[in-house]
Design a protein around this ligand. Structure first.
Ligand code: 13P
Length: 283
């Protein structure tokens, strides 16, 4: 948690990368090690549907434990208390409870309970007030609708004791044809109303200047999934078009590790490394 608070103070952002398999996890860790910056592996609810909870969690926890940089394992977009409990027992260092489909009152009540359980397990909690549009696993349904109300955010944070807040400021999951416009004025108001680190979901495909502006206004964690999926897809398709000799596994899958590492390293270098500190008004 201290890494996140420090990131907000220093106007940098930790990057949480969604991973579905070993090759992506290795690529992310190698990227963070190359830059010498902390990183978060997000092995979350939707990826569990692909890989299974225990297998994917075990893989992410093992990678984090053996990394040469501080690496946390984060549960992204969980709506189920049972799943949160299970991940806390497995050793997750943070969880995101997504109560955005509930009324404010019910979201506050449920988030407060998640905070109580997670803090007892030594983990920190990210929560969400207004739903962030788009599918988490593929680029579809990208119509941003709800936005975070600064007043409601201040009340939500005060009444839940949550550690980080995901904002809805026009950001959407996935990359599509239409450019995404972040409402930076709204973010500035949220940043003034709320002192805890803010989280920007849907950070794939955004112009770097816009991400830097968001960081200057209080965003201290970026969530990236689609850019890693695109890197994986291109690596797999290129390998299939030009298959290696022999039948070894490494020759086939090494390109996925390399492509993931390149994509992740660009993000970490731009937004997480000490030299990435953005200028602009602090909040
Ligand atoms: P992108 O897929 O747009 O990178 O968003 C990822 C995300 O916010 C995961 O929670």
């Amino acid at each position: 948690m201290e890494a996140l608070r420090q990131a907000r103070r220093e106007r940098r952002a930790l990057v949480g990368f969604s991973i579905y398999n070993l090759e992506q996890g290795l690529g992310v860790i190698r990227a963070a090690e190359a830059v010498g910056a902390p990183v978060l592996l997000q092995a979350g609810s939707s990826a569990f549907r692909y890989a299974g909870r225990e297998p994917l969690a075990g893989l992410a926890l093992g990678l984090a434990a053996t990394a040469a940089v501080p690496a946390g394992v984060h549960l992204d977009h969980a709506t189920d208390l049972g799943e949160i409990e299970a991940c806390l027992r497995l050793g997750y260092t943070s969880v995101m409870f997504d109560g955005s489909a509930r009324s404010l009152e019910r979201n506050i009540e449920a988030t407060r309970e998640v905070v109580r359980r997670a803090h007892a397990a030594g983990a920190w909690v990210e929560a969400e007030l207004a739903g962030i549009a788009g599918d988490e696993d593929e680029s579809s349904g990208r119509q941003a609708t709800a936005t975070t109300d600064p007043g409601a955010a201040a009340r939500f944070v005060a009444e839940t004791g949550v550690d980080a807040l995901a904002v809805a400021i026009g950001n959407v999951h996935g990359i599509g044809d239409e450019p995404v416009r972040l409402d930076l004025d709204l973010l500035a108001r949220i940043g003034r109303a709320v002192e805890i680190p803010l989280v920007l979901h849907g950070a794939s495909g955004l112009p770097p200047a816009e991400v830097s502006a968001a960081i200057a206004l209080g965003v201290a964690k970026l969530n990236v999934n689609t850019e890693l999926r695109h890197a994986l897809r291109e690596a797999v398709l290129a390998r299939a078009a030009d298959p290696p000799a022999g039948d070894g596994v490494a020759a086939l899958l090494d390109p996925v590790i390399g492509a993931t590492r390149s994509a992740a390293e660009a993000k970490i270098r731009a937004f997480s490394s000490p030299s990435a500190s953005t200028t602009g008004s602090s909040s």
